[in-house]
Design a protein around this ligand. Structure first.
Ligand code: C2O
Ligand code: CU
Length: 463
């Protein structure tokens, strides 16, 4: 069992209080909807054929049949899952982008104890937002996520417009050697730069898979970047693609996809109008870096449905409160590098180095005794994060538990996207507004896991 420090005991009881409040609210739903049977999510070590040629050992997943399952939930309806830890180290589940009670957030030491081998943990919450989200451990994440434990969540809104196909693509890399077996997950010198890239790229744990979609039909293509490092620049060849949602939230104004850059943790939803000729293929590409890379293909099948992209009704916005900008308090968030240092003891998969800092603090992150929060926020009050990137690298900065709206940036006009992760560019200053409407301790960290684990993890407390 975990050696709970005094601080954790206090926290554990405080969290129980928050959770209790959440359950009382959930109770109102259970009157209408019977409490669901928990979905069993068992973490497991398996073998899998990802490269197409070799069987890779020591792959980690949920379940025992390849990729972690795509979880389907319904907006406003209770969901429950039981984590059974079947791997030989502690783990937890974090529900990325979901605005749920703090005790369900899955961050060891901060919101829940470790779930040790053979132990279980019950997660139960009601997703307030519809869209594309994802789940992953928040413990030794470079290994657990790097070896496979990243799954996609689709939260349905029954009032969504009808598509002819709904295709989910989990995008991630694997660090495999020529024999198809895992190699060292990172190199310290790369952790101090843009992160260590995988050697094999996959979509739904396959190399360049192809999916059938109705000719002339409308496809809702949901892309989730669950990789620990890679930033993508998406392009679609062979069909018109319209951006309908980013990071689980409908975009305020749809736009035609030209090229769009998104980082680890982010999701993109496209409406694709399939070509009218049967057999035609549509290619999803990543054109970041030097060589464009095919990620997946769609092939038109059947007689043309002759759908029109203009027929698609808008997606309903999620019930995210907008910050009151006149009254909002501003919080500076400065991202910087620290002098490179040598390895120290690590816990929960921190890499033991510090290369990065938030507001000059190289955060130890994920420790049993976190330092004081970066900021203490008042429940219900509006805030603006004035975030500035002083490093020469991009960082996908993720906020747990609350969604923000992108207000402005010094590098150009921005659409007021609602999101949980913002990919900040070198020298960019961005303003992110939100209402602190969720009690508890919420992480704010870079989703390039090597950055997260070497200083770029802090947290904010809502009281
Ligand atoms: Cu995707 Cu701290 O999480
Ligand atoms: Cu980063």
């Amino acid at each position: 069992m975990a050696v709970l420090t005094r601080r954790n005991l206090i926290k554990a009881s405080a969290v129980a209080g928050v959770y209790g409040a959440g359950m009382a609210l959930a109770g109102r739903f259970t009157a209408a909807h019977a409490a669901p049977e928990p979905l069993i999510l068992k973490s497991n070590k398996i073998q899998a054929n990802i490269t197409g040629t070799d069987v890779t050992r020591d792959v980690l997943t949920y379940g025992n049949d390849g990729m972690p399952p795509v979880l389907r939930m319904r907006q406003g309806e209770p969901f429950a899952a039981k984590l059974i830890n079947g791997i030989d180290e502690p783990t937890t589940i974090h529900w990325h982008g979901m605005r749920i009670p703090n005790a369900m957030d899955g961050v060891p030491f901060l919101t829940q104890p470790y779930v040790y081998t053979g132990e279980t943990f019950d997660y139960a919450f009601t997703p307030p937002d519809a869209g594309t989200f994802w789940y992953h451990p928040h413990c030794n994440t470079l290994i657990q996520m790097g070896h496979g434990m990243t799954g996609v969540i689709v939260v349905d809104n029954p009032r969504d417009p009808t598509f002819d196909a709904d295709i989910v693509v989990n995008l991630r890399d694997w660090r495999l050697g020529g024999d198809g077996q895992f190699i060292a997950q990172y190199k310290p010198r790369d952790a101090a730069r843009s992160g260590t890239y995988g050697t094999v790229r996959s979509a739904n744990w396959q190399v360049e898979p192809q999916y059938d979609a109705p000719t002339g039909g409308l496809v809702r293509l949901r892309l989730a970047i669950t990789d620990v490092t890679r930033i993508f620049s998406f392009r679609v060849e062979g069909a018109a693609a319209t951006v309908i949602a980013i990071d689980g939230n409908p975009v305020p104004k749809r736009f035609a996809l030209d090229v769009l850059q998104l980082g680890p943790g982010q999701r993109l939803e496209l409406a694709i109008r399939m070509p009218d000729s049967e057999g035609a293929t549509v290619t999803l590409e990543d054109i970041h870096g030097t060589n464009p890379k095919t990620l997946a293909k769609l092939r038109a099948v059947g007689a043309s449905l002759k759908r029109d992209i203009g027929d698609l009704a808008p997606l309903e916005p999620n019930p995210v409160r907008q910050a009151d900008l006149g009254a909002a308090e501003h919080i500076p968030i400065i991202l910087s590098a620290t002098a490179e240092d040598t390895a120290k003891d690590s816990i929960c998969g921190s890499l033991g180095y510090s290369f990065w800092a938030i507001n000059k603090v190289p955060w130890p992150g994920d420790t049993p005794d976190p330092t004081a929060p970066l900021a203490e926020l008042k429940l219900g009050k509006s805030y603006v994060l004035d975030m500035e990137n002083l490093t020469p690298h991009s960082h996908p900065i993720h906020l747990h538990g609350m969604s923000f709206t992108v207000l402005s940036s010094n590098i150009g006009t921005v659409q007021p996207f609602v999101s949980d992760t913002y990919l900040i560019q070198p020298n960019e200053k961005v303003q992110l507004g939100f209402v602190a409407d969720n009690l508890g301790d919420w992480l704010l960290h870079c989703h390039i896991i090597e950055h997260q684990k070497t200083g770029m993890t802090s947290y904010m407390r809502v009281v």
